[in-house]
Design a protein around this ligand. Sequence first.
Ligand SMILES: *Cc1c(COP(=O)(O)O)cnc(C)c1O
Length: 489
Amino acid sequence: MEIKDEILAALKKLGDPVAVADPGPERWSSWIHEVEAYSRSFLDLTRNGPAWWPPEEGQVGPSFHLEEDPVPLPAILEECRSRIDFRGLNPASGGHLGYIPGGGMPAAALGDMLAAVTNRYAGIHFANPGAVELEHFLVRWVADLFGLPSSAGGTLTSGGSIASLVAITAARDASGELPARWMDMVVYGTAHQHHCLDKALRIAGLGYSIRRDVPMDEGFRMRPDMLDAMIQEDMARGLHPFLLLASAGTTDTGAVDPLDALADIAHANGMWFHVDAAYGGFFRLLPEFAPAFAGLERADSIVADPHKGLFLPYGTGAVVVREIKHLLDSHAYEAAYMQDAYRDQETLSPADLSPELTRHFRGLRMYFSMKMNGLSVIRHLLKQKILLARWFYHTIREAGFETLMEPALSVVVFRWPARDEEVDQWNARLVDMIREDGRVFLSSTRIGGRVWIRLAVLSFRTTLEHLETTVEVLIRQRDHALSTHGFAI
Ligand SMILES: *Cc1c(COP(=O)(O)O)cnc(C)c1O
């Protein structure tokens, strides 16, 4: 008994840490109240404040540290204010027009908070059937949107990169090739395909496989005739063309590849047809894009990013595969300590469809956001982004800027047509000047080795006002540069 008394005495010495960690109704209410007030003031500043805070000259304050004793919530919120939320880019701002903007719909934050409070286990059906069924429902909705058959399935991931890794791994295993042959396997994409696909290939062990960049047409779409010729040549050399990576909306220009023609070629040659729709996929919610996306329904795998086109907060990607069997072949495992969980095999478990076992219950934020907004609002937001990009395209051309192509989706690529030897420097400087103003944020890229400015409309908060501000800033900075010769023209 002595040993048990010692244990009990030691337990007593610990006090009641549970009562601190589990706040009880009053403390919980006051926590929520404080976080609510903080988030409200953040949103006020986001609606009316800059999209970019330039790097501070001086010190921001003491660096992060941890203490033995509890720190009151207001002090932690003050750290968020001074050290985190008002520095660098504000991705929640409608003035965020760089890269591919994400979302951050507040309705989704409610789902996230509840997912954290209830701590539903969304990895295994047996544990939390409702959570898993909701995620399957949402994935099925995505598969239906893209026109995939009933054999399709998939999973919600942290983003497009992990979703791509899941798809590439499934494609690799479906090829049936053993590692000894991987160096003879050929992957076809374009120079504008997202770098996460090359990263996924490398992680999946296909870094030494052969990667071919298929030439693009004047709209930066993959050329099917060139693809076909390259495949025939590779086959004649005894290589194994196995994977075609197409884009439904590239990051650089928003171009959508001719998916139907590419599907013909991929399937005629026994290849896996993957479509990266991380940026563009949810524009399929607009009927007018059905023709541009024709052939998407023939894909073997598709990646889409709800944290882009469905305006969710960062941390939600999706992968759907034409035959769910391929995801299971690559990702399903069993372990002795999981045996209870596998008695119920009626419904698939997300843990068998991706590298993750324990994972965030992402479905709840997606469901809250889609339910609380309604699909029609999401469609109207998407349509608004398309119209805003077109408005900007015409306005900027009227102002004498040069554009690369008509926007295929909501990305506009443009530059000031300075003299050839100075055009790169001119436009890079223009992007810097826009950042110095801070009200809107744009990014640049290199196309054909030259600097181009990109404007990508996908933040749900972006309105005509943000684009009017952008035009005003661009023209003012251009005129300033022209008149002062602050930089070469
Ligand atoms: C954003 C993006 C990705 C990568 O997705 P993450 O969610 O950032 O990991 C892949 N492809 C395209 C076209 C993208 O726009």
